[in-house]
Design a protein around this ligand. Structure first.
Ligand SMILES: Nc1ncnc2c1ncn2[C@@H]1O[C@H](COP(=O)(O)OP(=O)(O)O)[C@@H](O)[C@H]1O
Ligand SMILES: [Mg+2]
Length: 264
């Protein structure tokens, strides 16, 4: 708790082009521990590219990324994950033939770097800790079920438990609620925000449902054509003239089509 409010992520002048397309231009921002920052913007604004620059999937053309003051620009996802950068995926990544608990156990084994022992100790490794994490996301009753038969909303909660197994300092969530029903969407973000604040985890997330954004984000950053056009509290951003112009006539609820596309 003592570190609440210290800067964990600091981004300066981040840019990335694909051929003639400047997907991300000169993006700068910082994120404090325990803070929930929403990254919003129309389709093609550069949100996913931003995430991929932060999680190490791609390297920036220019700019720097600092994690807890340490320059991590261009480091690979695996290294960043070791440094406490967790993420959830737009398409849920779980082992479908394993049970819910086993998926969390694998994540815990990986966190403790003893994956080589997994096959020998599969059943009991980190079992209590796995069950704690499942209880945290409300999945304790589903521990023995194979992942392949879970409903989509449950899979997303499992995915959150898996991300938490790494004890992240920073959680990157690119459309964590894509494909979920509206009520489930609100619940997943409420749960995420509550856990993040309790555990002092900084969260950067994208979300198409503006109700979810304005209810759960401490701060909102708006991207348009790769550039940050506004940044502030939900109220400030909602009333920003440039933001209003970007979403003209859409009442800040946009891109419902994309939600359909994201259905698994
Ligand atoms: N791998 C890629 N190759 C070429 N263009 C890309 C690639 N990834 C993204 N882009 C382009 O960069 C822009 C930003 O895309 P993206 O970051 O996916 O936006 P968002 O997530 O906000 O919808 C778009 O114009 C997209 O077509
Ligand atoms: Mg995207």
């Amino acid at each position: 708790m003592s570190s609440r409010g210290t800067t964990i992520l600091s981004v300066e002048g981040l840019s990335k082009s694909y051929g003639g397309v400047q997907a991300v231009r000169n993006v700068s921002f910082s994120l404090a521990s325990g803070e929930i920052l929403a990254l919003i913007g129309p389709n093609g604004a550069g949100k996913t590219t931003c995430f991929n620059l932060l999680n190490g999937q791609i390297r920036p053309d220019t700019g720097t990324v600092r994690l807890n003051g340490q320059d991590t620009t261009g480091l690979r996802p695996r290294i960043l994950w070791r440094m406490g950068v967790g993420r959830t995926f737009q398409i849920t990544a779980t082992f479908t033939s394993m049970t819910v608990r086993e998926n969390v156990q694998v994540a815990l084994l990986s966190h403790h770097r003893d994956l080589t022992t997994f096959h020998r100790f599969a059943g009991r490794a980190h079992r209590a800790r796995a069950d704690e994490l499942l209880a945290l996301v409300g999945m304790e009753d589903a521990a023995e079920r194979p992942c392949g038969e879970l409903a989509y909303g449950d899979l997303k909660r499992l995915e959150l438990a898996v991300a938490l197994a790494n004890n992240p300092k920073l959680l990157l969530m690119d459309e964590p609620t894509a494909g979920m029903a509206p009520r489930e969407r609100v619940e997943l973000m409420r749960l995420t925000a509550q856990i993040a604040r309790e555990r002092n985890i900084g969260v950067l997330f994208t979300e198409h449902d503006m109700d979810v954004v304005f209810e759960h984000a401490d701060r909102v950053m708006v991207l348009n054509r790769g550039e940050v056009i506004a940044e502030g509290t939900p109220v400030e951003v909602r009333n920003d003239a440039r933001v209003k112009a970007t979403y003209l006539g859409e009442g800040l609820v946009y891109d419902a089509r994309h939600r359909q596309e994201a259905m698994p």
